[in-house]
Each structure stands twice: as structure tokens, then as C-alpha cells.
Ligand binder design. Structure first.
Ligand code: UDP
Length: 238
């Protein structure tokens, strides 16, 4: 089975996913492996947009930002996502993919600004689009940026890459009896208090009827299986 289940997807990668086993920053081998996963998906003909976090470099609510004005700290967090986006796009180019970074904050000497029609054009041309600087607003997260951009570009699904291979009945690290949900509705996730994305992002996806797939980015081949519509991770749907 090599027919993708989706034509256009929005992939959300956390900043931490780039760290590998390092304490912070970008791990070269990890980013290269991630790019290889991305390449597999683009080879299937799927249009791919990526939102990347910044937690590996800076997090607005982290101890290091304590005492700082929240909005200032959040802008620093958004700039961290720009650095990650540049690193990711560079690694993609080195792997032979065509990537474009578009920023929600104007820094035109570095990356082009986010312009929706342009992003749609790039996707139609088969380029991988990396959305940098989150939503461009403090007090939000890159999960929300993923829900927002995913809705704007008409993605059929938001793929939330995590270190765990889906949503579990309980924390699998604490409870060995915890089992993975293959699918779950938005309402079930709310009533069971399951954390899928942050509340704003989750509400936006739910309103827009935009399904979310939570899957493991550390599991080899998982991204491709997700895009092929296989039983990988957890599908959150209306
Ligand atoms: N951020 C923000 N607005 C946004 C997206 C991100 O203010 O729209 C800031 C916020 O401070 C956040 C940081 O950027 O802590 C990094 O983003 P996030 O925590 O979502 O990254 P991840 O956890 O996915 O690495």
C-alpha cells in the first residue's frame, strides 16, 4: 500500500524533537534522520507544511525566563523557532528537498514573511513550507500555530510528533497497564482529561473539524505509516 491517505498535511515538530539525547540545541544526526522521514513522505506526493517549536532553545515560561516580561520572553521563544526553522530547511536542502521558510514575524533579511497565497503556491509546487515564529503573537504556542496554519492551508490533518507513540489511557511511564487509543473523538479526549495539544490548539482543531494524529517521531518509519493512513499513533477526530 503506497497511496497516501492525505493530500496535504501539517506536521508539528517540537523543538525538543531536534535535541536528540542532547540537553539543548540541535543534534545533527537527529535532524538528518527527521529530514529522511520527511523525504519519504514527500516522495509519496504529499504536500507538507511544518511548524516547528523552539523549546530546545528558549521557552517563554521556562525558569530561564523567570522575572522577564512574559511577552518579551515569548518573542524570544518565537525567534528560537526561527532558528530551528532555518536549521530544518537547511538540512532539507542538503538532502535534496526544496524548502521555504515563512515567518510570522517580519525579519525579511533572514526569511520571507508568511503570506498565505504564497504558502499555498509553494505547497502546490511540491515545496516543503516551514512556518516559523509560531503565530507571531505572545501568549500562544507552536501547537496553536500548527492548528492555525493547518486550518489556513486546508490541511486534511495535523500530525503532532511527540516522543510517545500516541495518546494513552494513562501515563505509560507510570502505569504499565496503560493502553494506546487507536482513535478517539475530541469530546472523549476532553471528558477523559487527555492532554493532546494545548487547550487553544485543541479547541481550534475541534472547531475546524481538523483531525489530529499524535505519533512518535523517534519510531523509525512512523511518519510514513501515518501518512499512509496505517494504525500508527492516535487519531483524534470529530
Ligand atoms: N511562542 C509564542 N507564540 C507562538 C508560538 C511560540 O509566544 O505563537 C513562544 C512561547 O514562549 C513558547 C516558545 O515560543 O514557549 C516556544 O514554542 P513552543 O513552546 O510551542 O515550542 P515546543 O514546545 O514545541 O518546542
Amino acid at each position: 500500500m503506497t497511496t497516501p491517505a492525505y493530500k496535504r498535511v501539517l506536521l508539528k515538530l517540537s523543538g525538543e524533537a531536534l535535541m536528540g539525547d542532547d540537553a539543548y540545541g540541535i543534534n545533527r544526526a537527529t535532524i538528518e534522520r527527521m529530514v529522511a522521514d520527511v523525504a519519504e513522505v514527500t516522495q509519496l506526493g504529499v504536500e507538507l507544511a511544518i511548524v516547528i517549536g523552539g523549546g530546545n532553545i528558549f521557552r517563554g515560561v521556562a525558569p530561564g525566563a523567570q522575572g522577564m516580561d512574559r511577552a518579551t520572553a515569548d518573542y524570544m521563544g518565537m525567534l528560537a523557532t526561527v532558528m530551528n526553522s532555518l536549521a530544518l530547511a537547511d538540512a532539507m536542502r542538503q538532502a535534496g528537498l526544496t524548502a521555504r521558510v515563512m515567518s510570522a514575524i517580519a525579519i525579511e533579511q533572514v526569511v520571507e514573511p508568511y503570506v498565505r497565497p504564497k504558502a499555498l503556491q509553494y505547497l502546490e509546487e511540491g515545496k516543503v513550507v516551514v512556518f516559523a515564529a509560531g503565530t507571531g503573537n505572545p501568549f500562544f504556542t507552536t501547537d496553536t500555530a500548527a492548528a492555525l496554519r493547518g486550518s489556513e492551508i486546508g490541511a486534511q490533518i495535523v500530525l503532532k510528533a511527540t516522543k510517545v507513540d500516541g495518546v494513552y489511557t494513562a501515563d505509560p511511564k507510570k502505569d504499565p497497564a496503560a493502553t494506546r487509543y487507536s482513535t478517539i473523538t475530541f469530546d472523549e479526549a476532553i471528558s477523559k482529561h487527555l492532554q493532546v495539544m494545548d487547550a487553544t490548539a485543541f479547541a481550534l482543531c475541534r472547531d475546524q473539524k481538523l483531525p489530529i494524529k499524535v505519533f512518535s517521531i523517534v519510531k523509525p518509519g512512523a511518519l510514513k505509516r501515518v501518512v499512509l493512513g496505517e494504525d500508527e499513533g492516535t487519531l483524534v477526530h470529530v
